[in-house]
Design a protein around this ligand. Sequence first.
Ligand code: AMP
Length: 412
Amino acid sequence: MTTEENIPTKFEDLNLIPPLLQAVKRVGYKVASPIQAQLIPVAATGADVIGQAQTGTGKTAAYLIPFMNAWRGGDLKKPQAIVLAPTRELAIQVGEEAVKLSPSKHFRSAVIYGGAGFGLQNQQLAEGRTLIVGTPGRVLDHIGRGTLQLDKVKYLVLDEADRMLDIGFRPQIERILKTITRDRQTLLMSATLPADVLKLTERYMRNPVHVNVSPEVVTVDRIDQSYITVDEDRKTELLLKLLATDNPRQCIIFVERKRGCDNLARQLKRHKIRCAAIHGDLQQNMRERIMAAFRDGRISVLIATDVMSRGIDVSGISHIVNYDLPNDNENYVHRIGRTGRMGADGKAITFVMPDEGEVLTEIEMTINKIIPARIVEGFEAFRPKAPPKSDEPPKQSLPVYGRAGRKYSNRL
Ligand code: AMP
């Protein structure tokens, strides 16, 4: 983190127990990230905390460390902490972080998510786990089957609470919370705090302290963003050219639809690009295999729908290509936030079709930043249209005006 004097906070200054300090060093974290430096001391007092932070800021360690630091063993049979996460991918990542930071071999966790069999999960729960990381649906399944009891839980984290509510997890969350004692510490992590999240904080938290590191601005600022105007029928050609010229180390290409995702993957494979499509229709084990291949570099290009735009943390992604514009401006931020992780630099390139100037302007207003145009020779999207058949003069395209009267006619 950087304090007011811009001095990073050392983990040594956070009153961590020696095994946790060693784990942090072993994992290679040199200094605490801003959310860690701010959240860990507050949570250490036992207060409920609302942590406003996105994935990529070190938020997972920020909420795991206070529990691990205060943990002193005890009854190892029943879980003492639970993290609820909106997606399986995020749950898996949180589980991995918990393993990395684990302060003792007796501190064990289980990741509980849908789409996977019950066998291993049942076995782990029967053995006993200190920490459960799970998606709400499957956690509730286990509670219903009697394989999971949360009556010993004293530490609860709702991760990406805004996303969980978006997905419609509110009823499940409420049912889970009813099985956990009120005498607990609750941490709620959310990139944004819309009214429904605030309602959740009022219902389930006690005098929460708000910790805000406004990460989106920071994250987005480090990313070299540009857009390229392109005709629809030339997007793939342009993409191939970009992949050849920019030679990304690792790249995620966002497309709008699942079918488009599969089609594009087929076309890229024909050009010998090591890629895979990933979207909500794929079986969970397939998604995991693809993510593992992407993480360890066997695949360098991932073609994804917006399902993947949040929560996924793969360090080393050098490029994001918005092959199709996102439907929701906020998703632009989530998509490009997959690069530029933990202070690394990344590039985000957005394809804009000639009639999409206004959408681009809206995105710029969302991020409060002008995205510069990138010119790729041979791809100017101003190919002359066939002359009108009548004697009427050709219609002029209307310029679009963005913030402060800026003229976007070059985007039409
Ligand atoms: P998160 O926001 O929790 O998804 O974390 C993003 C990435 O940053 C993960 O790969 C973490 O392992 C890594 N990370 C977390 N804390 C630190 C830190 N203090 N220094 C460097 N990397 C970190």
